[in-house]
Design a protein around this ligand. Structure first.
Ligand SMILES: Cc1cc2nc3c(=O)[nH]c(=O)nc-3n(C[C@H](O)[C@H](O)[C@H](O)COP(=O)(O)OP(=O)(O)OC[C@H]3O[C@@H](n4cnc5c(N)ncnc54)[C@H](O)[C@@H]3O)c2cc1C
Length: 427
Protein backbone atom coordinates (compact mmCIF):
# COMPACT_ATOMS: atom_id res chain seq x y z
CA UNK A 1 0.00 0.00 0.00
CA UNK A 2 1.34 3.44 -0.88
CA UNK A 3 1.38 5.75 2.07
CA UNK A 4 -0.80 8.74 1.19
CA UNK A 5 -2.33 11.16 3.70
CA UNK A 6 -5.50 9.08 4.11
CA UNK A 7 -3.68 5.79 4.64
CA UNK A 8 -1.23 7.46 6.98
CA UNK A 9 -4.07 8.57 9.23
CA UNK A 10 -5.67 5.12 9.02
CA UNK A 11 -2.39 3.57 10.07
CA UNK A 12 -2.26 5.92 12.99
CA UNK A 13 -5.66 4.42 13.70
CA UNK A 14 -7.51 7.43 14.97
CA UNK A 15 -8.89 9.78 12.33
CA UNK A 16 -9.33 13.44 13.10
CA UNK A 17 -7.69 13.49 16.52
CA UNK A 18 -4.55 11.90 15.16
CA UNK A 19 -4.62 14.30 12.22
CA UNK A 20 -4.64 17.24 14.53
CA UNK A 21 -1.91 15.71 16.66
CA UNK A 22 0.22 15.15 13.58
CA UNK A 23 -0.34 18.77 12.53
CA UNK A 24 -2.21 17.69 9.39
CA UNK A 25 -5.56 19.04 8.16
CA UNK A 26 -8.52 17.40 9.91
CA UNK A 27 -10.10 14.70 7.74
CA UNK A 28 -13.36 12.98 8.56
CA UNK A 29 -13.23 9.17 8.85
CA UNK A 30 -16.84 8.66 9.78
CA UNK A 31 -18.28 5.56 8.10
CA UNK A 32 -20.10 6.09 4.78
CA UNK A 33 -23.81 5.77 5.61
CA UNK A 34 -25.22 5.86 2.06
CA UNK A 35 -22.87 4.00 -0.28
CA UNK A 36 -23.79 5.25 -3.77
CA UNK A 37 -24.11 3.40 -7.01
CA UNK A 38 -25.30 6.32 -9.12
CA UNK A 39 -23.69 9.72 -9.64
CA UNK A 40 -24.67 11.84 -6.68
CA UNK A 41 -25.29 15.48 -5.82
CA UNK A 42 -25.58 16.36 -2.14
CA UNK A 43 -27.45 19.55 -1.24
CA UNK A 44 -26.90 21.18 2.15
CA UNK A 45 -29.88 23.25 3.34
CA UNK A 46 -33.56 22.84 2.49
CA UNK A 47 -34.46 26.53 2.27
CA UNK A 48 -35.18 28.91 -0.60
CA UNK A 49 -32.06 27.82 -2.53
CA UNK A 50 -31.57 24.16 -1.57
CA UNK A 51 -35.10 22.84 -2.25
CA UNK A 52 -35.14 24.30 -5.77
CA UNK A 53 -31.62 23.12 -6.62
CA UNK A 54 -32.46 19.57 -5.48
CA UNK A 55 -35.73 19.54 -7.44
CA UNK A 56 -34.28 20.97 -10.67
CA UNK A 57 -31.35 18.56 -10.72
CA UNK A 58 -33.77 15.65 -10.54
CA UNK A 59 -36.01 17.26 -13.18
CA UNK A 60 -33.06 17.86 -15.51
CA UNK A 61 -31.45 14.45 -15.05
CA UNK A 62 -33.28 11.72 -13.11
CA UNK A 63 -30.22 9.44 -13.35
CA UNK A 64 -28.42 11.66 -10.83
CA UNK A 65 -29.13 10.77 -7.21
CA UNK A 66 -29.89 13.80 -5.04
CA UNK A 67 -29.47 13.75 -1.26
CA UNK A 68 -30.71 16.84 0.58
CA UNK A 69 -29.48 17.34 4.14
CA UNK A 70 -31.47 19.68 6.36
CA UNK A 71 -31.29 20.05 10.12
CA UNK A 72 -35.04 20.72 10.58
CA UNK A 73 -38.02 18.55 9.59
CA UNK A 74 -39.92 21.66 8.53
CA UNK A 75 -38.88 24.93 6.93
CA UNK A 76 -40.27 28.25 8.14
CA UNK A 77 -40.17 31.10 5.63
CA UNK A 78 -38.61 34.45 6.54
CA UNK A 79 -40.54 36.17 3.73
CA UNK A 80 -43.91 37.18 5.24
CA UNK A 81 -42.68 36.55 8.81
CA UNK A 82 -42.83 40.33 9.41
CA UNK A 83 -46.60 40.00 8.98
CA UNK A 84 -46.70 37.69 12.01
CA UNK A 85 -44.85 40.36 14.02
CA UNK A 86 -47.45 42.93 12.97
CA UNK A 87 -50.35 40.57 13.73
CA UNK A 88 -51.59 40.39 10.11
CA UNK A 89 -50.86 36.64 10.14
CA UNK A 90 -51.94 34.98 13.38
CA UNK A 91 -49.19 32.34 13.38
CA UNK A 92 -46.46 30.77 11.25
CA UNK A 93 -48.55 27.88 9.86
CA UNK A 94 -49.03 29.33 6.35
CA UNK A 95 -45.25 29.97 6.22
CA UNK A 96 -44.25 26.45 7.25
CA UNK A 97 -43.57 23.68 4.74
CA UNK A 98 -42.48 20.07 5.04
CA UNK A 99 -40.33 18.14 2.59
CA UNK A 100 -42.48 15.00 2.20
CA UNK A 101 -44.19 15.86 -1.09
CA UNK A 102 -41.07 17.39 -2.65
CA UNK A 103 -39.04 14.30 -1.79
CA UNK A 104 -41.72 11.87 -2.99
CA UNK A 105 -42.53 13.75 -6.21
CA UNK A 106 -38.90 14.02 -7.32
CA UNK A 107 -37.18 11.07 -5.67
CA UNK A 108 -35.00 13.29 -3.48
CA UNK A 109 -33.39 11.41 -0.56
CA UNK A 110 -33.85 13.44 2.63
CA UNK A 111 -31.42 13.29 5.53
CA UNK A 112 -32.59 15.28 8.56
CA UNK A 113 -29.34 16.07 10.29
CA UNK A 114 -26.74 18.77 10.82
CA UNK A 115 -23.75 18.79 8.47
CA UNK A 116 -20.83 19.27 10.83
CA UNK A 117 -18.00 19.10 8.27
CA UNK A 118 -17.22 19.05 4.55
CA UNK A 119 -14.07 17.39 3.21
CA UNK A 120 -13.52 19.03 -0.21
CA UNK A 121 -10.56 16.75 -1.04
CA UNK A 122 -12.27 13.49 -0.04
CA UNK A 123 -15.65 14.76 -1.42
CA UNK A 124 -17.65 13.79 1.65
CA UNK A 125 -19.84 15.56 4.19
CA UNK A 126 -20.14 14.51 7.80
CA UNK A 127 -23.44 14.18 9.66
CA UNK A 128 -24.07 12.79 13.15
CA UNK A 129 -24.33 9.17 11.97
CA UNK A 130 -21.44 9.06 9.52
CA UNK A 131 -20.31 10.46 6.20
CA UNK A 132 -21.99 10.86 2.80
CA UNK A 133 -19.97 11.10 -0.40
CA UNK A 134 -20.77 13.32 -3.36
CA UNK A 135 -19.73 13.95 -6.94
CA UNK A 136 -20.87 17.55 -6.61
CA UNK A 137 -22.05 19.45 -3.56
CA UNK A 138 -24.49 22.37 -3.48
CA UNK A 139 -24.27 24.49 -0.33
CA UNK A 140 -27.25 26.74 0.52
CA UNK A 141 -27.02 27.23 4.30
CA UNK A 142 -28.33 30.81 4.44
CA UNK A 143 -26.76 33.14 6.99
CA UNK A 144 -25.32 33.15 10.48
CA UNK A 145 -24.54 36.19 12.61
CA UNK A 146 -21.39 38.14 13.41
CA UNK A 147 -22.40 38.42 17.08
CA UNK A 148 -18.80 39.08 18.05
CA UNK A 149 -19.02 42.56 16.48
CA UNK A 150 -21.60 43.67 19.10
CA UNK A 151 -19.93 44.12 22.48
CA UNK A 152 -21.92 42.51 25.30
CA UNK A 153 -23.82 40.17 22.95
CA UNK A 154 -24.05 36.60 24.24
CA UNK A 155 -24.95 34.36 21.29
CA UNK A 156 -27.14 32.13 23.48
CA UNK A 157 -28.59 34.44 26.13
CA UNK A 158 -29.03 37.82 24.40
CA UNK A 159 -31.55 36.70 21.73
CA UNK A 160 -33.77 35.29 24.52
CA UNK A 161 -34.27 38.86 25.75
CA UNK A 162 -33.46 40.90 22.65
CA UNK A 163 -34.64 38.93 19.60
CA UNK A 164 -33.13 39.36 16.15
CA UNK A 165 -36.04 37.52 14.49
CA UNK A 166 -33.84 37.29 11.37
CA UNK A 167 -34.35 33.52 11.15
CA UNK A 168 -38.07 32.86 11.21
CA UNK A 169 -39.65 30.75 13.95
CA UNK A 170 -39.38 31.10 17.72
CA UNK A 171 -37.55 34.42 17.39
CA UNK A 172 -40.41 35.86 15.31
CA UNK A 173 -42.97 34.79 17.90
CA UNK A 174 -40.86 36.15 20.77
CA UNK A 175 -40.72 39.61 19.21
CA UNK A 176 -44.49 39.49 18.61
CA UNK A 177 -45.12 38.55 22.28
CA UNK A 178 -42.83 41.31 23.54
CA UNK A 179 -44.74 43.91 21.51
CA UNK A 180 -48.03 42.59 22.89
CA UNK A 181 -46.72 42.78 26.46
CA UNK A 182 -45.27 46.29 26.11
CA UNK A 183 -47.28 49.12 27.76
CA UNK A 184 -48.88 51.86 25.66
CA UNK A 185 -46.31 54.68 25.63
CA UNK A 186 -43.34 52.32 25.48
CA UNK A 187 -40.37 52.59 23.13
CA UNK A 188 -39.37 49.96 20.60
CA UNK A 189 -35.82 50.15 19.24
CA UNK A 190 -34.83 48.29 16.10
CA UNK A 191 -31.40 48.21 14.49
CA UNK A 192 -30.35 47.68 10.88
CA UNK A 193 -26.85 46.30 10.18
CA UNK A 194 -24.52 47.63 7.49
CA UNK A 195 -25.26 46.09 4.06
CA UNK A 196 -24.81 43.44 2.73
CA UNK A 197 -27.25 41.47 4.87
CA UNK A 198 -30.15 39.06 4.21
CA UNK A 199 -33.07 40.88 2.51
CA UNK A 200 -32.19 44.56 2.03
CA UNK A 201 -35.80 45.88 2.40
CA UNK A 202 -36.68 43.41 5.21
CA UNK A 203 -35.89 45.69 8.19
CA UNK A 204 -37.95 48.55 6.76
CA UNK A 205 -40.93 46.29 6.09
CA UNK A 206 -40.56 45.15 9.70
CA UNK A 207 -40.59 48.76 10.90
CA UNK A 208 -43.94 49.20 9.10
CA UNK A 209 -45.43 46.11 10.70
CA UNK A 210 -44.27 47.17 14.19
CA UNK A 211 -45.48 50.76 13.66
CA UNK A 212 -48.84 49.54 12.35
CA UNK A 213 -49.32 47.37 15.43
CA UNK A 214 -48.39 50.26 17.74
CA UNK A 215 -50.61 52.75 15.92
CA UNK A 216 -53.63 50.44 16.17
CA UNK A 217 -53.04 49.14 19.69
CA UNK A 218 -50.58 51.36 21.61
CA UNK A 219 -50.68 54.74 19.88
CA UNK A 220 -48.63 56.59 22.52
CA UNK A 221 -45.64 54.35 21.74
CA UNK A 222 -42.61 55.13 19.59
CA UNK A 223 -40.38 53.12 17.25
CA UNK A 224 -36.77 54.28 16.92
CA UNK A 225 -34.93 52.81 13.90
CA UNK A 226 -31.14 52.89 14.25
CA UNK A 227 -29.79 52.25 10.76
CA UNK A 228 -26.03 51.64 10.38
CA UNK A 229 -26.34 52.57 6.69
CA UNK A 230 -26.18 56.14 5.41
CA UNK A 231 -29.77 55.83 4.17
CA UNK A 232 -32.58 53.31 3.65
CA UNK A 233 -30.90 50.55 1.61
CA UNK A 234 -33.82 49.58 -0.68
CA UNK A 235 -36.98 51.27 -2.01
CA UNK A 236 -36.01 54.31 0.09
CA UNK A 237 -38.41 56.85 -1.43
CA UNK A 238 -41.38 54.46 -1.14
CA UNK A 239 -40.64 53.50 2.47
CA UNK A 240 -40.26 57.17 3.44
CA UNK A 241 -43.54 57.95 1.71
CA UNK A 242 -45.20 55.14 3.67
CA UNK A 243 -43.76 56.36 6.97
CA UNK A 244 -44.99 59.92 6.26
CA UNK A 245 -48.44 58.72 5.18
CA UNK A 246 -49.12 56.25 8.00
CA UNK A 247 -46.61 56.41 10.83
CA UNK A 248 -45.28 59.95 11.22
CA UNK A 249 -46.34 59.99 14.91
CA UNK A 250 -44.66 56.64 15.63
CA UNK A 251 -41.43 56.20 13.62
CA UNK A 252 -38.22 58.05 14.41
CA UNK A 253 -35.73 57.02 11.68
CA UNK A 254 -32.05 57.73 12.36
CA UNK A 255 -29.51 56.95 9.62
CA UNK A 256 -25.76 56.29 10.04
CA UNK A 257 -26.28 54.97 13.60
CA UNK A 258 -24.23 51.81 13.89
CA UNK A 259 -24.95 49.85 17.06
CA UNK A 260 -21.73 48.47 18.52
CA UNK A 261 -22.81 47.40 22.01
CA UNK A 262 -25.79 45.88 23.80
CA UNK A 263 -26.79 45.53 27.43
CA UNK A 264 -29.67 43.08 27.83
CA UNK A 265 -29.94 43.75 31.59
CA UNK A 266 -30.42 47.51 31.20
CA UNK A 267 -32.22 47.09 27.83
CA UNK A 268 -29.91 49.51 26.04
CA UNK A 269 -27.99 49.55 22.78
CA UNK A 270 -25.01 51.82 22.21
CA UNK A 271 -24.30 53.64 18.96
CA UNK A 272 -20.57 53.79 18.01
CA UNK A 273 -19.67 53.22 21.69
CA UNK A 274 -20.99 56.63 22.79
CA UNK A 275 -24.76 57.08 22.67
CA UNK A 276 -26.94 54.77 24.83
CA UNK A 277 -30.52 54.25 23.70
CA UNK A 278 -33.01 52.46 25.92
CA UNK A 279 -35.96 50.42 24.69
CA UNK A 280 -38.84 48.55 26.31
CA UNK A 281 -38.53 46.17 23.37
CA UNK A 282 -35.33 45.90 21.33
CA UNK A 283 -35.05 44.16 17.96
CA UNK A 284 -31.31 44.03 17.27
CA UNK A 285 -30.51 42.62 13.82
CA UNK A 286 -26.79 41.74 13.98
CA UNK A 287 -24.38 41.89 11.02
CA UNK A 288 -24.28 38.65 9.05
CA UNK A 289 -22.09 36.23 7.13
CA UNK A 290 -22.56 32.98 5.19
CA UNK A 291 -23.94 30.05 7.20
CA UNK A 292 -21.38 28.57 9.61
CA UNK A 293 -20.70 25.40 7.59
CA UNK A 294 -19.53 27.50 4.61
CA UNK A 295 -17.22 29.53 6.85
CA UNK A 296 -15.85 26.40 8.55
CA UNK A 297 -15.10 24.81 5.15
CA UNK A 298 -13.12 27.86 4.04
CA UNK A 299 -15.59 28.72 1.27
CA UNK A 300 -15.61 32.41 2.23
CA UNK A 301 -13.46 34.93 0.38
CA UNK A 302 -11.05 37.60 1.62
CA UNK A 303 -13.95 39.48 3.32
CA UNK A 304 -14.32 36.33 5.52
CA UNK A 305 -18.11 36.68 5.21
CA UNK A 306 -19.43 35.58 1.79
CA UNK A 307 -18.52 32.84 -0.69
CA UNK A 308 -17.04 33.85 -4.06
CA UNK A 309 -18.46 31.80 -6.95
CA UNK A 310 -18.28 31.43 -10.69
CA UNK A 311 -21.23 33.58 -11.85
CA UNK A 312 -22.39 31.02 -14.41
CA UNK A 313 -22.17 27.73 -12.49
CA UNK A 314 -22.07 29.02 -8.89
CA UNK A 315 -19.09 26.71 -8.35
CA UNK A 316 -16.90 27.98 -5.54
CA UNK A 317 -13.76 29.73 -6.75
CA UNK A 318 -12.01 28.22 -3.71
CA UNK A 319 -13.08 24.55 -3.63
CA UNK A 320 -13.72 22.51 -6.78
CA UNK A 321 -17.01 20.61 -7.22
CA UNK A 322 -18.70 22.65 -4.48
CA UNK A 323 -21.37 25.16 -5.55
CA UNK A 324 -22.70 27.88 -3.25
CA UNK A 325 -26.08 29.56 -3.82
CA UNK A 326 -28.47 31.81 -1.92
CA UNK A 327 -27.57 34.27 0.80
CA UNK A 328 -24.19 32.61 1.45
CA UNK A 329 -22.84 33.37 -2.04
CA UNK A 330 -21.33 36.56 -3.41
CA UNK A 331 -23.67 36.89 -6.36
CA UNK A 332 -22.61 40.33 -7.56
CA UNK A 333 -25.56 42.67 -8.05
CA UNK A 334 -28.19 40.09 -7.04
CA UNK A 335 -29.61 40.96 -3.63
CA UNK A 336 -29.71 38.38 -0.82
CA UNK A 337 -33.34 37.38 -1.19
CA UNK A 338 -35.45 34.25 -1.37
CA UNK A 339 -36.34 34.99 -4.96
CA UNK A 340 -32.65 35.44 -5.89
CA UNK A 341 -31.86 32.14 -4.15
CA UNK A 342 -34.62 30.47 -6.20
CA UNK A 343 -33.28 31.94 -9.44
CA UNK A 344 -29.65 31.05 -8.62
CA UNK A 345 -30.70 27.50 -7.69
CA UNK A 346 -32.23 26.95 -11.13
CA UNK A 347 -29.20 28.08 -13.12
CA UNK A 348 -26.89 26.22 -10.74
CA UNK A 349 -28.93 23.00 -11.15
CA UNK A 350 -28.95 23.24 -14.96
CA UNK A 351 -25.20 23.80 -15.00
CA UNK A 352 -24.37 21.10 -12.45
CA UNK A 353 -26.25 18.65 -14.68
CA UNK A 354 -24.42 20.01 -17.75
CA UNK A 355 -21.02 19.63 -16.07
CA UNK A 356 -21.83 16.09 -14.91
CA UNK A 357 -22.84 15.14 -18.47
CA UNK A 358 -19.97 16.88 -20.26
CA UNK A 359 -22.29 19.43 -21.84
CA UNK A 360 -21.87 23.18 -22.30
CA UNK A 361 -22.97 25.40 -19.44
CA UNK A 362 -25.61 28.11 -19.80
CA UNK A 363 -25.31 31.76 -18.84
CA UNK A 364 -27.27 33.07 -15.89
CA UNK A 365 -30.54 34.86 -16.52
CA UNK A 366 -31.43 35.93 -13.00
CA UNK A 367 -34.55 37.57 -11.65
CA UNK A 368 -35.58 39.07 -8.36
CA UNK A 369 -38.72 40.76 -7.07
CA UNK A 370 -39.05 41.79 -3.43
CA UNK A 371 -42.42 42.91 -2.07
CA UNK A 372 -42.67 44.82 1.19
CA UNK A 373 -45.83 45.62 3.11
CA UNK A 374 -46.43 49.19 4.26
CA UNK A 375 -49.74 48.39 6.00
CA UNK A 376 -51.73 45.18 6.22
CA UNK A 377 -52.94 45.83 2.66
CA UNK A 378 -50.64 48.27 0.87
CA UNK A 379 -47.30 47.09 -0.44
CA UNK A 380 -44.40 48.21 -2.66
CA UNK A 381 -41.97 46.22 -4.76
CA UNK A 382 -38.59 46.27 -6.48
CA UNK A 383 -37.71 44.09 -9.48
CA UNK A 384 -34.44 43.44 -11.33
CA UNK A 385 -33.08 41.22 -14.08
CA UNK A 386 -29.48 40.03 -13.91
CA UNK A 387 -26.87 38.69 -16.32
CA UNK A 388 -23.17 37.97 -16.48
CA UNK A 389 -20.88 40.59 -18.01
CA UNK A 390 -17.08 40.53 -17.84
CA UNK A 391 -17.16 37.70 -15.31
CA UNK A 392 -19.52 39.42 -12.89
CA UNK A 393 -23.26 39.33 -12.20
CA UNK A 394 -24.67 42.73 -13.08
CA UNK A 395 -28.17 44.17 -13.31
CA UNK A 396 -29.33 44.38 -16.93
CA UNK A 397 -29.20 48.15 -17.63
CA UNK A 398 -32.53 49.87 -16.82
CA UNK A 399 -34.07 46.60 -15.59
CA UNK A 400 -34.16 47.53 -11.91
CA UNK A 401 -37.26 49.46 -10.95
CA UNK A 402 -39.68 50.00 -8.11
CA UNK A 403 -43.47 50.03 -8.11
CA UNK A 404 -44.89 53.45 -8.96
CA UNK A 405 -46.52 53.94 -5.57
CA UNK A 406 -47.88 52.26 -2.44
CA UNK A 407 -50.84 50.16 -3.55
CA UNK A 408 -53.21 47.42 -2.50
CA UNK A 409 -52.62 45.70 -5.85
CA UNK A 410 -48.96 45.20 -4.87
CA UNK A 411 -50.22 43.56 -1.68
CA UNK A 412 -52.28 41.12 -3.76
CA UNK A 413 -49.24 40.38 -5.97
CA UNK A 414 -47.17 39.76 -2.84
CA UNK A 415 -49.65 37.24 -1.46
CA UNK A 416 -49.65 35.41 -4.77
CA UNK A 417 -45.83 35.42 -4.81
CA UNK A 418 -45.48 33.77 -1.40
CA UNK A 419 -48.07 31.10 -2.20
CA UNK A 420 -46.40 30.30 -5.51
CA UNK A 421 -42.84 30.16 -4.27
CA UNK A 422 -43.62 28.05 -1.17
CA UNK A 423 -45.63 25.66 -3.35
CA UNK A 424 -42.73 25.42 -5.77
CA UNK A 425 -40.39 24.61 -2.87
CA UNK A 426 -42.62 21.97 -1.32
CA UNK A 427 -44.02 19.96 -4.24
C1 LIG B 1 -37.76 39.26 7.88
C2 LIG B 1 -37.33 38.77 6.54
C3 LIG B 1 -38.15 38.99 5.45
C4 LIG B 1 -37.77 38.55 4.19
N1 LIG B 1 -38.59 38.80 3.13
C5 LIG B 1 -38.24 38.38 1.89
C6 LIG B 1 -39.12 38.60 0.79
O1 LIG B 1 -40.21 39.18 0.93
N2 LIG B 1 -38.74 38.15 -0.44
C7 LIG B 1 -37.56 37.48 -0.62
O2 LIG B 1 -37.29 37.09 -1.76
N3 LIG B 1 -36.71 37.27 0.41
C8 LIG B 1 -37.01 37.70 1.66
N4 LIG B 1 -36.17 37.44 2.73
C9 LIG B 1 -34.85 36.80 2.48
C10 LIG B 1 -34.91 35.27 2.40
O3 LIG B 1 -35.41 34.75 3.60
C11 LIG B 1 -33.49 34.71 2.18
O4 LIG B 1 -32.83 35.45 1.22
C12 LIG B 1 -33.57 33.23 1.75
O5 LIG B 1 -34.12 32.48 2.81
C13 LIG B 1 -32.19 32.71 1.35
O6 LIG B 1 -32.26 31.36 0.98
P1 LIG B 1 -31.06 30.36 1.37
O7 LIG B 1 -31.36 29.07 0.72
O8 LIG B 1 -29.77 31.03 1.14
O9 LIG B 1 -31.19 30.22 2.97
P2 LIG B 1 -32.42 29.66 3.83
O10 LIG B 1 -33.70 29.84 3.11
O11 LIG B 1 -32.27 30.28 5.18
O12 LIG B 1 -32.14 28.10 3.94
C14 LIG B 1 -31.01 27.62 4.61
C15 LIG B 1 -31.33 26.24 5.17
O13 LIG B 1 -30.11 25.56 5.46
C16 LIG B 1 -30.24 24.84 6.68
N5 LIG B 1 -28.88 24.63 7.20
C17 LIG B 1 -27.92 25.58 7.42
N6 LIG B 1 -26.77 25.02 7.84
C18 LIG B 1 -27.00 23.68 7.88
C19 LIG B 1 -26.19 22.56 8.25
N7 LIG B 1 -24.92 22.72 8.65
N8 LIG B 1 -26.73 21.33 8.20
C20 LIG B 1 -28.04 21.15 7.81
N9 LIG B 1 -28.85 22.18 7.45
C21 LIG B 1 -28.34 23.42 7.48
C22 LIG B 1 -31.14 25.73 7.53
O14 LIG B 1 -31.78 25.01 8.56
C23 LIG B 1 -32.12 26.30 6.48
O15 LIG B 1 -33.28 25.50 6.37
C24 LIG B 1 -36.53 37.86 4.01
C25 LIG B 1 -35.72 37.63 5.12
C26 LIG B 1 -36.10 38.08 6.36
C27 LIG B 1 -35.23 37.81 7.55
Amino acid sequence: MTINRRNFLKLLGAGAGAGAAAGLPMISHAAEIMPNKARRVVVIGGGYGGTIAAKYIRMNDPTIEVVMIERNKQFISCPFSNLVIGGVLKDMSSLTISYDKLAANHGIKMVYDEVSAIDPAGKTVTVSTGSISYDRLIVSPGIDFRFEEIEGYDAVETPKVIPHAWKAGEQTLLLRKQLQAMPNGGTVVMTVPLAPYRCPPGPYERSNMIAMYLKNNKPKSKLIILDANPDVTSKGALFKKGWAKHYSEIIDYRSAKKVTQVNAKNMTVTVEGIEDIKGDVINLIPPQRAGAIAVKTGLVGPDKNWCPVNPTTFESTIHKDIHVIGDASSAGAMPKSGYSANSEAKVCAVNVVALMNGRETQELSGINTCYSYITDKEAVSVTGIYKVAEGKIIAVPNSVGVSPDLSELEGIYAESWIKNILTEMST
